[in-house]
Design a protein around this ligand. Structure first.
Ligand code: ZN
Length: 267
């Protein structure tokens, strides 16, 4: 079964993948919350075998505190959000697993100038979890029947192989553009509700665009299938207008403590 899986996946995608016509959201999601959490646990184990999880307790505690502040105001409260730093200063990336486990690379932390910018990325990832994008992306990608079989079928190996397949390319390649827009909008809302300056999402996106230009043809993982950065920036410019001027101008970004706790480590 395992041996044949890639072929099965490819052919099923071919048959059912076109259900997501022209990027229109395909909202079918058959994963329950407990299945999502269980899946996330399995994938987290694989992530942590493969990636270099940071052993820096202070850095980890700092990131957890930011994550908890954001998770507290998220629209979804039935999953245990967790935040883990991956020590890889050359990778500008962050991703969320089904069930609320979120990973942040030190390469991304280095790119942020203040705590609110890092919180903006974390809030975007929480947005994917809160809007249940994982189940939706998996259903869209492998097809309803196959996912049903993987989740409810008798061979537990099918599900494990399926999840490792998603792990290889990262979930971000499976999110639709609509998913990304929704995660941006939810993320900005969580950022604001948690008391951060909502404009930090915009300033981070500007940095991403500069980085994108700097690395040229080699796309950063975080860009895998996101809408073009320019388009996202324009949408974020509109979104941020929803928030009070005082929050946009004076909302805290915590530049100093970010420099002390995070940026000083990379100098
Ligand atoms: Zn995203």
């Amino acid at each position: 079964m395992r041996k044949n899986l890639p072929l099965v996946l490819v052919s099923l995608c071919f048959v059912t993948g076109c259900l997501a016509l022209d990027g229109e959201p395909f909202r079918l999601n058959i994963l329950s919350t407990s299945q999502e959490i269980q899946l996330g646990e399995q994938i987290a184990e694989q992530v942590e075998q493969k990636e270099n999880v940071s052993t820096d307790a202070e850095l980890q505690a700092y990131v957890t505190a930011i994550g908890e502040r954001l998770a507290l105001v998220a629209t979804r409260q039935d999953v245990p959000y967790r935040f883990t730093v991956i020590d890889n200063p050359d990778t500008v990336n962050a991703f969320a697993l089904p069930g609320g486990h979120i990973y942040l690379y030190t390469g991304l932390m280095k790119l942020c100038e203040n705590e609110a910018e890092l919180a903006a990325v974390m809030a975007h990832e929480i947005g994917h979890v809160a809007a249940r994008h994982h189940g939706e992306a998996m259903t869209r990608q492998v097809g309803y029947n196959f996912l049903m079989q993987a989740v409810f079928g008798e061979d537990p190996g099918t599900l494990i192989t399926l999840t490792s397949n998603f792990l290889g390319t990262g979930f971000m390649s499976y999110y639709s553009r609509e998913n990304e827009r929704e995660a941006d909008a939810l993320g900005m809302e969580f950022l604001f509700r948690a008391g951060y300056n909502p404009s930090a999402m915009l300033s981070f996106m500007h940095k991403l665009r500069e980085e994108e230009r700097r690395v040229g043809a080699r796309p950063l993982p975080i860009f895998a299938s996101h809408p073009p950065t320019q388009e996202r920036l324009e949408r974020l410019e509109n979104l941020v207008q929803r928030y009070p001027l005082s929050a946009r101008l004076e909302g805290p970004v915590y530049e100093e403590r970010y420099r002390e706790i995070v940026l000083s480590r990379f100098q």
